[in-house]
Design a protein around this ligand. Sequence first.
Ligand code: PCA
Length: 212
Amino acid sequence: MTTILLTGFEPFADDPTNPSGDAVRLIAERWSGPEALVVEVLPVIFAKASARLGALIAQHSPTVIVAVGLAGGRTAVTPERVAINLADARIPDNDGGRPLDRPIIDGGPAAYFATLPVKAMTAAIAEAGVPAALSHSAGTFVCNHVMFTALHETADIDGIRAGFVHVPYATQDAPEGAFSLPLNEIVRGLEAALRAAIDSPVDATLPGGTLH
Ligand code: PCA
C-alpha cells in the first residue's frame, strides 16, 4: 500500500499552539485513504526534528512526504519551492540551540527544489477556496532545516517526492493584528495540497513566480 508521511510541528517561541501540528492531527482523524497516512508532530529542535523525520522515512518508506510548519505573518497557505543549505536562527529553537551561518550538510548542495508538484498544490489550495501562494523561501530556521534534510535524504531514492508547506496563524491563537485563518480552513487547504501532491506526479505549468 502507498504510504504518505505528513508532519507538523509543536509550538515554539511565544506561541501557545502551532496550527501545523493541530492541523495534521485533524487531517489524520478525517483521513479516509485510499493511501495509508502516517502523521507526526516534530519537535522544533534542529537536530532532533531532522533525525526524527529520517527515522520515519526509514520506518515507513513513504512515497510522498509533506512537512508543514507555521510561518506567522504569512497571508496564505504556501507550498515551498526551495530549501537552502543554511541554518541561521534568529531565535533559539525549543532546546536553546541557535546555529548561526552554518551549513545544514557540510559540502552539500546550496539548495534543493521541492520534488512535490508545488504549482499544482498551490492551485489546489486556491480551488478549495483557501488563500494560496507559492513561496520561494522557507527561511533559515527549523522548517527549512527539515525540508532540506528531507530532500537530501531522498535525493537518490526513486519514487519518493518531498516538500514543505508553511501555514499562517490559526485565528484562535493569532497575536493581535496578525493575519490568520480559521484552523478548519488551514486543514482544508492542506488536504487539497496533499491530494494534489499524491495525484500529480508532474507539476502543472502555471504562473507562480514573483517579481521581487
Ligand atoms: N515554524 C518554524 C519552525 C517550526 C514551525 O512551525 C519555521 O518556519 O522554521
